[in-house]
Design a protein around this ligand. Structure first.
Ligand code: A2P
Length: 301
């Protein structure tokens, strides 16, 4: 199984990251330290998670050289106006205690009006190119090595890349799990040379218990001497995506880092059971923004 994926820049992104969404202050630092100790070199964060300073402190205390780490952060919806992009990045950099990011993503294909909490700027949402151009500038300045998007569906990717981009999105980070396997998006992304990153790969807090009880997954885990979580995480890597499991418990952080190649019949079984139910999003914050989202990420109005 791949331990890294090559991006168009030539950089190699580690296949497994520690996800830190909902890793609360007071516990996220320990989780990051454990992860780095047991071999993770990739931390997937975002400004909106509100924990970048503690993540940065843990990285510093780990003593691991910056160049050995892969750090991702994300531009929040309230900072899509071109003049707000670089200051937003600078805040993340300062909190993380670094002078560059390996990857910076547009967190959602939704721009909020300036100063607004949830009110949508439909013009900038429908045309994210001005925001993207600022991200391209950040690469030219050396503050960011790679840029990408998150929660984009195929229509929105096509809408963005129809512009004459200097730098194409390197990744699209989306919800990918047993509950929402997004086979069509995965196929399209492979055909178009775009790497997917799987967030909520275990079904997030809402669904993880249920995920671990899926009979077919339990059986595969038993046959292979793995835990159900390891089966899911391995499945994601074998599907060719980066995977971002979140945990703040050290035993689970360790458990989730063990990725193994699953036999072909187990993979087929997994794809089949994941496709056998109606897809659902495990968490959908877009509802709070009064927007119509589907299971395949943001559909727009
Ligand atoms: P916790 O942080 O308390 O360990 P996802 O990665 O899909 O977002 O799932 C994260 C959720 O799953 C969190 O609630 C996390 O809880 C829990 N979790 C993470 N790893 C495991 C594991 N190996 N076994 C059971 N639960 C896990």
């Amino acid at each position: 199984l791949p331990t890294h994926y090559a991006l168009p820049s030539g950089d190699k992104i580690p296949a497994v990251a520690l996800g830190v969404w909902r890793a609360d202050p007071g516990e996220v630092g320990e989780a990051v330290k454990t992860a780095l100790k047991v071999g993770y070199r990739h931390i997937d964060g975002a400004w909106i998670y509100g924990n970048e300073a503690e993540v940065g402190q843990a990285i510093k205390e780990s003593g691991i050289p910056r160049e050995d780490l892969w750090l991702t952060s994300k531009l929040w919806n309230a900072f899509h106006a071109p003049e707000d992009v670089e200051p937003a990045l600078d805040k993340s950099l300062a909190r993380l205690g670094t002078d560059y990011l390996d990857l910076y993503l547009i967190h959602w294909p939704v721009a909020f009006k300036k100063g607004a909490n949830t009110e949508v700027d439909h013009e900038l949402t429908e045309n994210p190119y001005p925001t993207w151009q600022k991200l391209e500038e950040l690469v030219e300045k050396g503050k960011v090595k790679n840029i990408g998007v998150s929660n984009f569906n195929i229509r929105r990717l096509q809408n963005l890349t129809a512009n004459n981009l200097k730098i194409k999105p390197a990744v699209n980070q989306v919800e990918l799990s047993y509950w929402n396997p997004q086979s069509e998006l995965l196929k399209w992304s492979k055909e178009n040379g775009l790497l997917l990153e799987a967030y909520s790969p275990l079904g997030s807090a809402e669904k993880v218990k249920e995920s671990l009880e899926v009979p077919e997954v339990k059986q595969i885990a038993k046959d292979l001497g793995l835990t159900p979580a390891q089966v899911y995480i391995s499945w994601h890597v074998q599907r060719g995506t980066v995977v971002l499991p979140k945990s703040v418990h050290s035993a689970r952080v360790v458990e989730n880092f063990k990725v193994v190649a699953l036999p072909e019949d187990a993979l087929e079984r997994l794809e089949r059971v994941a496709a056998s139910h109606k897809p659902v999003r495990t968490v959908d914050p877009s509802k709070r923004w009064g927007l119509t989202f589907g299971t395949e990420n943001f559909r727009g109005r």
